[in-house]
Design a protein around this ligand. Structure first.
Ligand code: ASP
Length: 309
């Protein structure tokens, strides 16, 4: 076993504009993020797999009302919640993904179950929900996800008749969650979970559950979890693009991630960021928005968390 490990997590790019969060809220959010990183570091230190660690970290973020995933997920145009998630193992390239989930409190657990207990990679809508029932995973009422803050965001979006919401335009903001980790066995993993975008219609699905766009892990290169304006992340195949730049152009993780976030995404007006860790445990967390809720740490650096630059 190596004596090296690292983890990074995010709670979404397009964080509330500076000054909108009270100092108490800012400190509450950063404490949550730091605690989750500390928990992940403790597990990694004991030799847990990166795959299990990213799943647990995302579970904790899904359970926290501050973030747009699990409890606290945004409302769609119909006034309900449809959630998406994906997970990938960098060692085997096994992956699991789900979209349009309405009754599972932790969609990342459904994605993991798709990976472990089905011959498929990606299940959607009613079929995914049937799978949940067939394998006996826990279900809740759709109102479980609702919070007053997200309800008010839907009302503002309806009033403004906005569907796709740029984080720079207003305070509807994103808030997707994700985790990447490098474990003592030299393995990488990534996981992402989201409620999508406020006021989304017609079964809209973003990048988060799409392997290669919102999530990717490959022991040869890196593990990536993205957050931001999903339509752009899909078009630039962000997570796989970073991995490919490392594999084919021999760029470092930092060069590859910076290029995709600051050049490729920007070229079409896409906003957001990624957290990523390479096959040596190096972490990067670039974003082109005002802030990104994020936390990170490793065998050689203590847990820390930040919202803005
Ligand atoms: N990428 C997500 C989506 O487009 C949103 C987010 O990151 O907050 O569904």
């Amino acid at each position: 076993m190596l004596n090296k490990y690292s983890i990074a997590i995010h709670g979404g790019a397009g964080a509330m504009s500076k000054g909108k969060l009270t100092p108490e809220q800012e400190s509450e959010i950063t404490t949550v993020l730091k605690n989750i990183v500390e928990d992940g570091l403790a597990s990694l230190k004991e030799g847990a797999s990166a795959l299990d660690v990213v799943q647990v970290a995302v579970n904790m973020l899904e359970d926290c009302v501050w973030f747009n995933a699990g409890k606290g997920a945004v409302f769609n145009h119909a006034g309900t919640h449809e959630l998406d998630a994906s997970i990938m193992c960098g060692k085997t390239l096994d992956a699991g993904a789900v979209s349009g989930i309405r009754y599972s409190p932790n969609p990342i657990n459904v994605a993991r179950a798709v990976m472990d207990n089905s011959p498929h990679v990606y299940l959607g809508g009613e079929g995914a929900e049937q799978f949940v029932r067939d394998i006996g995973l826990v279900e809740v009422d759709n109102t479980y996800f609702s919070t007053e803050m997200r309800y008010q965001q839907l009302q503002s979006a309806l009033k403004a008749q906005e569907v796709i919401l740029e984080p720079t335009q207003n305070d509807y903001k994103y808030g997707t969650v994700g985790a990447v980790a490098f474990d003592k066995h030299g393995n990488l993993a990534a996981a992402t979970s989201t409620g999508g975008i406020t006021n989304k219609q017609y079964g809209r699905i973003g990048d988060s559950p799409v392997i290669g766009a919102g999530t990717y892990a490959n022991n040869q290169t890196c593990a990536v979890s993205a957050t931001g304006h999903g339509e752009h992340f899909l078009r630039h195949v962000v997570a796989h693009n970073i991995s490919s730049r490392m594999a084919l152009a021999h760029e470092s993780l930092e060069q590859a991630a910076n290029h995709v976030i600051f050049t490729d995404l920007k070229s079409t007006g896409g906003s957001g960021g990624v957290i990523a860790v390479d096959h040596q445990g190096n972490i990067v967390l670039p974003f082109n928005t005002e802030g990104m809720y994020r936390g990170w740490g490793g065998s050689n650096q203590p847990a820390q968390a930040k919202i803005y630059e």
